[in-house]
Design a protein around this ligand. Structure first.
Ligand SMILES: *[C@@H]1O[C@H](CO)[C@@H](O)[C@H](O)[C@H]1NC(C)=O
Ligand SMILES: *[C@@H]1O[C@H](CO)[C@@H](O)[C@H](O)[C@H]1NC(C)=O
Length: 612
């Protein structure tokens, strides 16, 4: 196999001979099992170390070493000590980065603090879980739609450690699929979907032996380059969460384009590594759930749930291949009482930090907790390291703004989806502030009106920006009126459609004709009402941007009415001539299609105009 990658680790080997003698330590690792899980695109390495104090004094720290090229992708590092045999009594040992002297270069060290210290002659078992992102490299870097995705992983067959390791073994877990190649020496074995190395006995400190695995991994490498989660607390009963995603598939890039035909007709061979859907695990009783992108609401989502969770399955508008990106927003409401509590006179929010989707790596996560206006003495407690600062958010009716606690973290993996707390003080009287403001606002308006009648406000009224604002308000109001008229036209259309259904049911052709007459009259009225509005919009410079859409909307409605009138006449005629059902259908079919298309276009235009 032609492998262009240079083996970045090789140079370590030079150091080992030098350093072996220097790393004089009292600790010895008497047994070590390492398990590397490569079944997803997040690499998880679980090492179980039996550590022995062979020296003469108490030892209080254990050093973990990683080559720099691994350490830079390290997302999470945890050390657990199981007290006794039983599960559930695991103690989290503090881990900090450290720079011990006299150690080889190119390595990053972490120090695990050994609880009460390890006395001489005693031993201790510690589980170390290290999670890495960006550690599987697609090779080849480009594949076509029909290909599987192959990746390369590099590590060492020996556990890299500043201590002597008496006995060790390594198991590498692979996803189902083919294994192109793996380093056979020393002692590599491929059994089912596992590759085993070892056991190795009595290896000196910093022993290292590079291994390269090349295998199929068809997981979509879903990375959120940016995710902004906004958690807004409203004391009126709900918490609203909005999440803006910027996703990219970081697996092997798609070459030769995408064929939807191949994709759909032979899905078993096409796009094995593409992202087809995402599943979010939301808390139970989540409500008001939506999923939208730049174009609008996306309806291809499914929702189900029980008392323990709500599951939201979303499908992007197109399957995401390597190198492709998509951005979208999901939003949901949560019942306040499930997440907001009171302790020691303070309120606190207890909610999850990370993203609710499975196996998504987040390059840059920003979590904003927006508290009610008037909250103070805000403090945040998060069990992981994050950047933190405060902001103010203004929305309508706010005077001083809402305090926002912001947390930011890079390189986030699913294991970071932990609970964090925001404590704050809040005076219940503040809750009444907004209603009181509304009341006093009306009072003020009332007084202002009276004052207005008695003063000359010619200066402010003639200022350019004031006039521009008035004009814009007028344009908006007019557009709104146009929309209302169009909506009334649409409901008149519906009445016409209903009259046709009634006709086929009751056979009462007179009443059908009468409905038609009434509708015609109404529609004529509406079109008269529309005229001056359109003249105003066309002539108003402020409406220049929206005018083409409004014009199109009105034209589409006209066309729809025309088609509908023709259809109506055709059906009535068929009825009177007693045509067969098939014949009637044949005559109506062409209108039917056109009408459906027009209705969709009109709805889209209404929606577009709504958002102005
Ligand atoms: C999108 O869905 C949300 C929630 O169901 C709804 O409130 C909103 O009006 C919808 N927007 C459009 C443009 O349909
Ligand atoms: C936060 O909620 C979780 C899940 O309900 C719970 O396990 C945890 O103890 C809570 N944390 C605090 C500080 O209340």
């Amino acid at each position: 196999m032609e492998m262009r990658k240079e083996f970045g680790y090789a140079f370590f080997l030079l150091f080992f001979a030098v350093c072996m003698s220097r790393a004089g330590s009292d600790l010895v690792i008497s047994k070590l099992d390492r398990r590397i899980d490569l079944t997803s695109h997040v690499v998880r390495v679980l090492s179980t170390l039996k550590v022995e104090n062979a020296g003469k004094s108490v030892v209080s720290e254990l050093l973990l070493a990683f080559p720099y090229i691994q350490a830079k992708n390290l997302a999470n590092l945890k050390a657990l000590h199981n007290e006794g045999k039983g599960k559930g009594s695991a103690i989290n040992l503090p881990v900090v980065e450290t720079h011990p002297g006299g150690m080889p270069e190119g390595l990053t060290f972490y120090s695990v603090s050994l609880h009460e210290g390890l006395e001489k002659g005693k031993s201790l078992t510690i589980n170390v879980l290290a999670i890495f992102t960006y550690s599987l490299e697609p090779f080849p870097e480009e594949i076509s739609q029909a290909d599987g995705q192959l990746v390369v992983y590099q590590d060492s067959a020996y556990y890299l450690s500043p201590y002597v390791v008496k006995s060790q073994s390594l198991n590498v877990l692979l996803p189902a699929g083919r294994v192109e190649s793996y380093t056979k020496h020393p002692n590599g074995k491929h059994v089912d979907s596992e590759i085993k190395y070892g056991p190795y006995e009595k290896l000196p400190p910093f022993s290292y032996s590079p291994i390269v695995l090349h295998f199929e991994n068809n997981n979509p490498f879903v990375v959120a380059q940016e995710l902004v989660r906004e958690i807004e607390v409203s004391h009126w009963g709900s918490i609203y969460v909005t999440e803006h995603y910027n996703l990219v598939h970081k697996g092997a890039a798609n070459k030769g384009g995408f064929s939807r035909l191949d994709y759909q007709s032979r899905s078993y061979m096409g796009g094995r590594s593409s992202l087809k859907q995402l599943v979010a695990r939301l808390p139970p009783r989540a409500h008001s759930i939506y999923y939208r992108d730049d174009i609008g609401n996306i309806s291809t989502s499914h929702l189900w749930g029980d008392s323990r969770k709500t599951q939201l399955e979303i499908e992007p508008r197109f399957p995401l291949f390597g190198g492709w990106r998509t951005s979208f927003t999901i939003g949901y409401g949560l019942p306040l009482q499930d997440f907001l509590f009171v302790a020691e006179g303070k309120r606190f929010l207890n909610i999850t930090f990370g993203c609710p989707f499975d196996e998504v790596v987040i390059d840059d996560l920003v979590v904003k907790v927006v508290l009610p206006e008037g909250s103070n003495e805000i403090s945040v407690s998060v069990p992981i390291q994050t950047k933190q600062w405060n902001e103010i958010k203004y929305s309508h009716l706010d005077i001083v703004g809402r305090p926002v606690a912001v947390l930011e973290k890079n390189n986030v993996v699913p294991e970071h989806n932990i609970y964090f707390q925001v404590h704050y003080n809040f005076n219940n009287l503040s809750l009444l502030r907004e209603p009181l403001m509304l009341i006093s606002g009306f009072l003020f308006l009332f007084i202002a009106c009276i004052a207005y009648m008695h003063t000359d406000m010619s200066i402010s009224k003639s200022s350019a920006s004031y006039i521009a604002k008035l004009q814009w308000d007028e344009v908006q109001a007019t557009v709104q009126q146009v929309q209302n008229i169009i909506k009334r036209c649409l409901s008149a259309h519906e009445k016409l459609e209903t009259s046709l259904q009634d006709l086929s049911r009751t056979g009462d052709v007179q009443s059908c004709k009468a409905t038609r007459k009434v509708a015609d009259g109404l529609l004529k009225e509406l079109s008269k009402e529309l005229k001056p509005l359109m003249v105003f919009l066309q002539s108003s410079p402020q409406a220049a941007q929206i005018w083409p859409k409004v014009e199109e909307l009105v034209a589409k409605e006209k066309e729809m009415l025309e088609k509908l009138t023709q259809k109506h006449a055709a059906v009535v005629e068929c009825f009177e001539k007693k045509c067969s059902g098939r014949e009637t259908e044949n005559r109506v079919a062409p209108y039917q299609q056109k009408l459906a298309a027009l209705k969709r276009e009109i709805d889209d235009l209404l929606e577009y105009i709504d958002e102005i």
